[in-house]
Write a protein that binds this ligand. Structure first.
Ligand SMILES: [Zn+2]
Ligand SMILES: [Zn+2]
Length: 162
């Protein structure tokens, strides 16, 4: 089983897949996931295809599609995901999300990277800024995502509204 976000992009940016068949709705050690943390709201595990010395994914237990499905009310959840990532990986330098169609698993997952990055890891997660917001990129940092949601906007490939 693989869930690499970049190698196997979903060509469709349509509605998120149903719970049925969503591998991230059932993240347990029994299923082979390297779970490093879990509570009632969040689960964290090591990415099977690490692109950095440390590469964790933090996900909500509840099925939420992708960052494109997030609304203002999710800003708190994203903040808790970010804080959990930092707590688990104090040396992390980059935390963020792929934006459809560049996310192969349509269950919200925060990437948490602790350097050094692999060669691929250096190019797969570009964070671009424009002014206070997000520039054009298929990857959005957790801080950018939180700011966009708090401003009442949706997260897209393009630059965020100021
Ligand atoms: Zn991803
Ligand atoms: Zn799911």
């Amino acid at each position: 089983m693989k869930f690499n976000c970049f190698k196997d992009p979903d060509p469709e940016s349509g509605p998120p897949v149903s719970r049925t068949g969503c591998i991230f709705c059932d993240v347990t050690r029994d299923k082979g996931f390297d779970v490093v943390y879990e509570d009632t709201e969040l689960v964290a595990f090591r990415d099977r295809w690490p692109r950095a010395a440390g590469h964790l994914l933090v996900i909500p237990r509840m099925h939420i599609g992708t960052v494109s499905d997030l609304r203002a009310e999710h800003a708190g959840l994203v903040t808790r995901m970010k804080e959990r990532g930092i707590a688990l990986a104090p040396g992390a330098t980059k935390l963020g999300f792929h934006i459809p169609p560049f996310s192969s698993v349509h269950h919200l997952h925060l990437h948490v990277f602790t350097p050094p990055f692999t060669a691929l890891g250096r190019v797969m997660y570009p964070v671009h800024s424009r002014g206070q917001g997000k520039g054009w990129s298929w990857f959005v940092s957790a801080d950018q995502a939180i700011a966009i949601l708090q401003n009442g906007h949706r997260i897209r490939l393009g630059a965020s509204k100021p």
